[in-house]
Unconditional design. Structure first.
Length: 163
């Protein structure tokens, strides 16, 4: 009898043919519900660049496309495009590396979160790494960089920092 089991019943591991975990793509199940899609996007970029991937795909939305547009304009990623993927579009980002090795994106940080929103007045827009980084804001005129918001005298929600 195995210790810790009742009446001689043995515990069995889940029956997996290959012994490895399956992903949602392999089982044709939808991706898991994400509470904070922007944080999910930033985490995927952070992980893909740490693993030296050339590109990554994620579910698309207007906010994610705007953040990708800003990252491409500011030179943090090579390019991005969207393609239909069933009901929802898929956003594909091509990451950029210095000399093919070092990721251009060295850090990403989510600032305003669903549980704690962070807003900045036009005079309080933060500078990231003394101007070397980038603050991305959601303003009444759309999503833009901190420097663009400063030029237009706009404040807004501080979405994230990129450096």
């Amino acid at each position: 009898m195995v210790a810790g089991t009742a009446a001689g019943h043995q515990r069995q591991a889940p029956n997996r043919a290959s012994g490895r975990r399956t992903t949602a793509e392999e089982t044709n199940e939808p991706d898991m519900n994400v509470t904070d899609p922007i944080a999910d996007m930033l985490t995927r970029i952070r992980n893909a660049s740490a693993a030296r991937h050339k590109e990554l795909s994620l579910p698309s939305s207007k906010v994610k496309r705007e953040i990708a547009r800003i990252l491409a304009e500011e030179g943090f990623i090579d390019s991005f495009d969207t393609e239909p993927d069933g009901v929802q579009e898929k956003l594909t980002l091509r990451l950029k590396y210095v000399e093919g090795r070092t990721p251009v994106v060295t850090g990403l940080k989510r600032i305003s979160k669903p549980g704690l929103r962070v807003y900045a007045r036009k005079t309080e827009i933060p500078r990231v790494l003394g101007g070397l980084g980038l603050a991305i804001l959601s303003t009444s005129h759309g999503i833009m960089t901190g420097s663009a918001a400063r030029k237009q005298n706009l404040g807004g929600e501080v979405l994230c920092y990129v450096w």
